[in-house]
Design a protein around this ligand. Structure first.
Ligand SMILES: [Zn+2]
Length: 270
């Protein structure tokens, strides 16, 4: 809750003037948190208007100081910060599903929404690269909103798919599918997320390494078997990856490799 974070920050701050202003702004921050929760549930966070201050007492610069100078660093608040950061399984960034979490990203930028600077619901664990790619981005409509790990479920269907490129060496190209049960808005949001976090190139690079890692193993199967034996091995890997994470690049990669006769019948060698 924002109130707990705010109280812990106030207890760790020495600047009397800043403490006074934080106390004056605390109701506005609690109201902003409630509004954020309501808008988040309706996926209308983009409609929250920006501001350059909180309740006339605090500026964006003040709030950035509270966040970076106190919330992130002070003994009394660091536990809360670390707890938010540690939420994802295996420390994997929920935005790219690949790199390691190293920070908290303000889903609605702190430069535009000072009242939300220390609101936990607005603080999403992220890797440094995803955090950098977002910067002070402000979505202008529902479809421009990237995934919000606290409000969205984008793993209720497979949206990440891939196809084999018959190149030398073999490569994989990723794209966004349109799950039948999804609304057009949700599909557009997945596409926007995929685009803004540059997931196509990130995943293509990892898939390329994976293909070279399994080459020897596939050659061994092919030397005493048929393309169907290769396909079965790849298909088994796809099923296993899918059980772990339906939208992982590994799932899409192995599905694409298994579905490519060209790859199974020797494309993996080049
Ligand atoms: Zn990331």
């Amino acid at each position: 809750m924002a109130k707990n974070v705010l109280d812990a920050c106030i207890n760790s701050i020495r600047d009397e003037g800043l403490i006074k202003n934080l106390l004056l702004a605390s109701t506005a921050i609690v109201v902003a948190e409630f509004d954020y929760l309501t808008q988040g549930l309706g996926m209308t966070l983009y409609s929250i208007p920006g501001s350059d201050r909180v309740a006339s007492a605090l500026t964006t610069v003040d709030m950035k100081r509270v966040y970076s100078g106190t919330f992130v660093k002070s003994k009394g608040t660091r536990g809360m910060y670390d707890q938010l950061k540690a939420a994802p399984k295996n420390d994997v960034c929920p935005l790219c599903a690949q790199r390691t979490v190293s920070t908290l990203d303000h889903y609605l930028a702190q430069a535009i929404h000072p009242a939300l600077t220390v609101v936990p619901l607005n603080l999403v664990p992220a890797c440094a690269e995803c955090n950098k790619l977002k910067l002070d981005y402000q979505p202008a409509s529902e479809i421009e909103q990237s995934f919000h790990p606290y409000f969205d479920d984008f793993d209720d269907a497979q949206w990440l798919v891939a196809e084999v490129l018959e190149t030398v060496p073999a490569a994989v190209r990723f794209s966004v599918a349109a799950p039948a049960a999804w609304s057009a808005t949700k599909i557009s949001r997945a596409a926007a997320h995929f685009e803004s976090f540059r997931l196509a190139s990130l995943y293509a690079s990892h898939a390329g390494v994976e293909i070279s890692n399994i080459r020897y193993s596939l050659e061994r199967v092919a030397s005493s078997g048929t393309p169907e034996d290769v396909r079965l091995l790849l298909s088994d890997r796809a099923a296993s990856a899918q059980r772990a994470h339906v939208n992982a690049w590994q799932t899409a990669t192995y599905q694409a490799l298994a579905a490519s006769y060209w790859f199974c019948s020797g494309g993996f060698r080049v």
